[in-house]
Write a protein that binds this ligand. Structure first.
Ligand SMILES: [Zn+2]
Length: 415
């Protein structure tokens, strides 16, 4: 233990208390407003649906609290509790190569942590989601998904970690620059690869077939000057009743994906409005701007790691008995989320700003009233709360609260 240990514990305690306090505020706020549908939504959302959303959100917030506490306990056991040291000496007795020992150590830490947290995921899927009528995953499907995730982690994770550890050891003083550029390129490659190779391992994607909807969308593309034939419907209903739409991929692999559950619940005008919103993110360059920012942050993170790797107090302070590249990378990855908690509100702020811009774009390409109708339906069907705690929402949510967003859309309707 040294001063850095106390600093680490202090930030961990601050980050955990902040999250728990916000969760508590969120729960209290929702329960206080459980008795009445907000006036903006009267007649559109029934009291029973509003109360279901309240109970569902409270249950999910409770799970989030459990998960925060458990992952903090795991973090302390791994670092100051000596968990990483025990694993490393175990790995070193079986794996002679230093590089492969590093890869094995890192993968075992990720896999063990995942298994410790698995009961929470099981509870969330088979208790909470089940209780509120969203779960459609069977035990067989759940196990299959877990094995597939594990296989992907080994297939993609091993060479990636191996390459990073190699760069750290072999590329001299500026290794962090090479490692940063490599990681950014790898991320771009994965973003390109995911829609066509990885995502289809989990779900079935079929090109949109509905002719009426398709021609509507084709016209929308022409109005927006957007070039893509990649509109797909995903069988989201295989696992869950939640509906959504998203934009994915880069370059010639970009796609717009609708969950089948969304297509079922919205009419053609509403789907068009949702799509116009998604295109807004593309047209306003939100996607590319987010990629630039995250690339820069990756480079900064590696520069910090480059400096920390040379500081003995960093290893001592986090309880590491051996100073090596794998420990440095692992410790850095484990503790970064604590410190990034405090910049989370900044990214939420920008994401909400982007949502307003995409809504404004959608209003010029479709009609605000259609987007409002779609949002109300999506809020009702996903049992999303209409009354989040304002502070909790501004900290965590990438989307503005329903009421705020709809008021903004109504303002656009007038002009
Ligand atoms: Zn959006």
């Amino acid at each position: 233990m040294n001063e850095f240990s106390y600093l680490f514990l202090f930030f961990l305690a601050c980050s955990v208390s902040l999250k728990l306090w916000l969760n508590k505020r969120q729960t209290n706020h929702i329960l206080r407003h459980r008795g009445q549908v907000p006036s903006d939504f009267e007649g559109k959302i029934e009291l029973s649906a509003h109360q279901k959303a309240a109970d569902y959100t409270v249950a999910k917030t409770y799970i989030a609290t459990l998960s925060t506490l458990l992952s903090s306990a795991i973090l302390i056991i791994l670092t100051l509790g000596g968990g990483i040291n025990i694993l490393l000496s175990l790995v070193q007795t079986y794996v002679a190569s230093e590089l492969w020992a590093g890869v094995t150590l890192m993968l075992s830490v990720f896999i063990i942590s995942h298994f410790i947290e698995l009961p929470i995921e099981i509870y969330q899927t088979f208790k909470i989601e089940q209780k509120f009528g969203f779960n459609r995953t069977t035990t067989g499907q759940f196990i299959k998904d877990q094995l597939l995730q594990l296989a992907l982690m080994l297939i993609i994770g091993s060479p990636l970690i191996y390459a990073l550890l190699w760069v750290m050891g072999e590329m001299g003083n500026y290794w962090w620059l090479y490692a940063g550029v490599f990681t950014v390129s790898f991320t771009f490659f994965m973003t390109w690869l995911v829609p066509t190779i990885i995502a289809p391992l989990f779900n079935k994607f079929t090109p949109l077939e509905d002719e009426h909807l398709k021609s509507k969308i084709q016209h929308l593309f022409e109005r927006c000057g957007f070039n893509s034939k990649g509109i797909y419907v995903m069988d989201g209903s295989r696992r869950s009743g939640h509906g959504n739409a998203y934009f994915t991929g880069i370059g010639n692999n970009k796609r717009i994906v609708f969950y089948d559950t969304l297509i079922e619940s919205l009419n053609a005008d509403e789907v068009e409005a949702v799509l116009a919103h998604e295109l807004g993110h593309f047209k306003c360059k939100h996607v590319s701007r987010q990629m630039v920012v995250s690339s820069l942050m990756t480079l900064v993170a590696f520069a910090i790691l480059g400096w920390l790797k040379q500081q003995n107090w960093f290893f001592d302070g986090l309880g590491a008995a051996q100073i090596n590249n794998a420990s440095a990378l692992l410790l850095f990855l484990l503790i970064t989320p604590i410190f990034s908690t405090f910049i989370h509100p900044i990214s939420s702020y920008y994401q909400r700003k982007f949502e307003f811009e995409a809504d404004a774009f959608a209003s010029t390409m479709s009609k605000p009233e259609f987007l409002i109708q779609a949002l109300v339906k999506l809020y009702r069907e996903n049992a999303s709360t209409l009354t989040p705690d304002p502070l909790y929402s501004s900290f965590h949510h990438s989307h503005p609260p329903a009421g705020v967003r709809i008021d903004h859309l109504k303002g656009l309707e007038k002009c």
